[in-house]
Design a protein. Structure first.
Length: 322
């Protein structure tokens, strides 16, 4: 390519991020360091006109400065076809508005833009449900609307975890002990009295000592280090947003085996940047929308995970030209 790569990013308002921790900012810094042009949009800036994928894109400059991390120019209307690659980094909730945006991104893909991650994959791979495609990698799991089945699952496995299918950051995650009198109301709340699907999993006790580990896959290959998110003494949840502490550690043999089972399928479906949540020996979620955790790993291990992603994107673009 005889000109700089044009990269667009779709994200939540950049002024509201936490620059020291934000993975999207790390990606933008890595792209800018390669001389790529950056263009910024939010979900409300995207639209379809007579089938053409359009956006109000603002030129963007970023800096590794926690008090002054970006400069955004005047937005101009651009067809997605003017961009070489678009990073879809809008955070959940994964609601109908998010799904509608993937239709616009589908049209962008058809116009020749590389979309990371691929919009069809974003729709197909619910981060909790998609674990069902890899049952050998997971602890016993039930996805149902039926509260009687939830009770039966608890009787079978004792201590369980129950959560909604649409949440993020540890929101509405319940650990239910055997004999817990709150179990019925939790099942009622999460299933909205049997009208919504929820997920129930056997509790994996290794979360207390080993944490909920984020294993990052870049184009199907695992980064050498995982981020173990250790719950606080007053909480069950291994989520940084819920107060967990992030400690990087080298991948173990089980991590690599899990990545080998799941990574190739994700790579083949255009999912270039994915986070596996691993507790003990089991994958509990496959995060494809806007995985995070790379800043903590980079800071503790000296890696450049965003740079690995930009290299993978460059390879994909080069292969397209060839």
């Amino acid at each position: 390519m005889n000109r700089p790569i044009r990269l667009g990013v779709v994200m939540d308002p950049i002024e509201d991020i936490k620059p020291k921790k934000d993975s999207t900012l790390a990606m933008l810094l890595a792209a800018q360091a390669r001389g790529w042009e950056l263009h910024y949009a939010e979900l409300s800036h995207l639209y379809l006109r007579d089938g053409a994928p359009m956006g109000r894109w603002a030129p963007l400059t970023v800096r590794p400065d926690a008090s002054d991390w970006f400069t955004r120019g005047e937005a101009v209307v651009r067809n997605f076809a003017d961009l070489d690659v678009v990073l879809m980094r809008k955070d959940p909730p994964f609601d109908m508005e998010y799904i509608y945006s993937t239709y616009i991104l589908d049209r962008a893909e058809l116009a020749g833009t590389l979309v990371v991650n691929r919009p069809q994959g974003l729709r197909d791979m619910n981060e909790k449900v998609y674990t069902a495609w890899f049952p050998d990698c997971c602890a016993p799991t039930l996805i149902t609307r039926n509260m009687a089945d939830m009770h039966a699952f608890q009787r079978e496995h004792g201590k369980i975890v129950c959560k909604p299918l649409y949440g993020m950051g540890g929101r509405s995650v319940f650990v239910i002990e055997p004999g817990d009198k709150n179990a019925q109301v939790i099942f009622e709340t999460l299933s909205e009295y049997g009208t919504r699907f929820a997920i129930v999993q056997r509790y994996v006790p290794e979360i207390v000592s080993g944490g909920d580990c984020r294993v990052i896959l870049v184009d199907g290959e695992p980064v050498p280090f995982a981020l173990a998110r250790i719950p606080s003494s007053s909480d069950n949840r291994g989520n940084l947003a819920a107060g967990a502490t992030g400690v990087a550690r080298p991948l173990n043999d089980r991590d690599r085996w899990l990545a080998a089972q799941i990574g190739p399928a994700l790579r083949d479906r255009g999912m270039l940047f994915v986070g596996l949540d691993v507790i003990g020996n089991f994958v509990t979620e496959i995060n494809v929308t806007s995985p995070t955790g790379i800043r903590e790993i980079d800071q503790q291990c000296g890696t450049d995970i965003a740079g690995l992603l930009m290299d993978a994107i460059s390879r994909r673009l080069t292969a397209r030209e060839a």
